[in-house]
Design a protein. Structure first.
Length: 267
């Protein structure tokens, strides 16, 4: 006769742990949180407001209904937008099963995902599970997390699959050339499309024109340079192909709400 393990014996050695879940409410005075070699994994959902995440050499702007990952063994820094501080729900997990699921679904190198209202219910369910006294809550949470990972995978990669190949080519070109002069003519020739058609198609699938998309990327790069370098603002403007410092400063303030010098001081 085989002796079946008890729930307690199973959960003691189970390779997934739900450590904590809670709400996070920020205000205009909430400081940035910075960690080196983070020891767990945290996933946070923005219910209201917005803020910023700096991780893997990139600053990302996360808005309402977006999520972000604070991955295990990585450095990160994040802070709310003072004019619209975020209100969040989050959970903290650990274990080898968690790491495997993130890797299987290609989420181990993903840091933020937009428009995730369809998966909010998982955060509510995990919150309720965390506050319960169920002896098998780690096992039950692992099932929820697996379903959540699959749904996030669909949100990210289904969007990518739906894009025509010429839009993926143009998007990659813009992503890789924030510091160089770009020419749509080069891509139009490559994909055999007219410029007006390519612009219309790009806006249809990404929500912005190629120009607006590129400028947004340049502002994100400018944030990194302002935080991590001693380059003067004029030099940063030149490196990112802005026509002059005045135009760069005005555009930066229009997008972020603060001038480059104000942003640098606040960081």
């Amino acid at each position: 006769m085989i002796n079946k393990p008890t729930i307690e014996e199973l959960t003691d050695s189970f390779p997934f742990q739900l450590l904590f879940a809670d709400y996070g409410n920020a205000d205009a005075r909430t400081p940035a949180i910075e960690r080196l070699n983070y020891e767990y994994c945290t996933i946070e959902y923005i219910m209201e407001g917005d803020g910023y995440l700096e991780c893997a050499g990139k600053v990302s702007h996360i808005k309402k209904d977006g999520i972000y990952f604070l991955h295990k063994h990585q450095n990160h820094r994040y802070w709310p937008k003072p004019e619209a501080p975020w209100q969040k729900i989050f959970f903290v997990i650990d274990g080898s099963l968690m790491e495997q699921l993130l890797k299987i679904y290609g989420l181990d190198q993903i840091y933020c995902v937009e428009n995730c209202s369809s998966i909010f219910h998982y955060f509510d369910e995990i919150m309720a599970l965390c506050s319960s006294s169920a002896p098998d809550k780690d096992l039950r949470c692992s099932v929820l997390f697996h379903q959540l990972a699959m749904d996030i995978y669909e949100i990210i990669y289904a969007r990518h699959w739906q894009m025509p190949e010429e839009i993926n080519i143009l998007k990659k070109y813009l992503d890789e050339n924030t510091g160089r002069k770009v020419s749509l003519d080069e891509i139009c020739q490559q994909v055999s499309r007219s410029k007006p058609h390519l612009i219309r198609l790009f806006k249809k699938y990404t929500g912005s024109t190629p120009y607006d998309y590129l400028m947004k990327k340049r502002v994100e790069q400018a944030k990194l340079m302002l935080i991590h370098s001693t380059m003067p603002i004029k030099e940063i403007a030149g490196k990112l192909q802005f026509s002059d410092q005045y135009y760069f400063s005005n555009y930066f303030k229009k997008v972020t709400g603060s001038s480059p010098s104000e942003f640098k001081r606040s960081c």
